[in-house]
Design a protein around this ligand. Sequence first.
Ligand SMILES: Nc1ncnc2c1ncn2[C@@H]1O[C@H](COP(=O)(O)OP(=O)(O)O)[C@@H](O)[C@H]1O
Ligand SMILES: [Mg+2]
Length: 330
Amino acid sequence: MSVLLEIKDLNVSFTVDDKQVHILNNVSLEINKNEVLAVIGETGCGKSVTGSAILHLLPDNAIVTGDILFKGKDITKMNEQEFRQLRGQAIASVPQSPSTSLNPLMHVGNQVAECVLENNSSEDDKKKTVAKVHEIFASLGLPRGEDFYQNYPCELSGGMCQRVLIAMGVITHPELLIVDEPTKAVDWALRKDVVDVFCELKNEMKCAMLFITHDIAAAKYVADRIAVMYCGEVVEIGPTDSVINQPLHPYTKGLIASMPSKGFKVMNGFMPSFQDLPKGCRFSDRCECTSDICINNEPEIVEIAEGHFAKCSIYKNLNVSELFKHAATS
Ligand SMILES: Nc1ncnc2c1ncn2[C@@H]1O[C@H](COP(=O)(O)OP(=O)(O)O)[C@@H](O)[C@H]1O
Ligand SMILES: [Mg+2]
């Protein structure tokens, strides 16, 4: 499978009150062409910072090191002018919430068309773009035609507004779509609808997706692979089925056990502050398997089953056959 996006040792710190707070610690991820990678983890673990780093949307107080290669080119080294050729074109994002991202005073069709039209676009380009908007609305299960195009956001249901936002992300047929918490602002009834749209997108538009969510059930439904983040680090990554059904990292096990379908067992404790991190494993103060090694040493990320990695000292001293046995029985 060919790699579309490769993030290597991404570190992000923010300068706050003249102090540097280190948020992302050596985050490494890959997204293959046409693949959906979900990034899950509790609020504040660094999911959105990762997405914003890819989109060059971090604020001025951010210090970024590491490489982000899109089709082999390092986008962290591009200046804004170079990156603007990619953002909104080959790399696009879906805004998070209809209530803050749609203009209440503008026809929804024009809001989507505006994503590709420039001030000096010709009449011919405008006509072609309007036709494209109708086509994308139809492919997202929205009504085709002028009546729908000319609606204002307040005339549409929450689900329809969400689909308009998705149309804004996909109108350029991006190769990579970054979607941050698409189910966060929608109620329970609509959640399935939103998740279904992303499944349809995955099958029909064939673009790769970074699907950022704290909603594990949504990730399970949409993603090919899942990366689990805890406190600024990727602690587990692997095929969706393996991560959900054979989680390896104690944190992932806790997250899965907290899903309603898996028993709703709430995990003990809270994520530590980025300004006061444990010396060794960042999960050590909440983990049921903590030993001295965990308290004193940062664990390495180890491949335990094919394509399934975990950053946990439990696996450090197991040999290959024990690792696979552990993966099969855990
Ligand atoms: N501009 C910023 N300045 C300082 N800290 C920030 C900034 N943006 C995000 N953070 C911090 O980075 C951490 C990760 O945030 P974020 O990526 O938004 O989490 P989430 O996983 O919920 O998306 C949080 O502790 C947040 O407070
Ligand atoms: Mg977020």
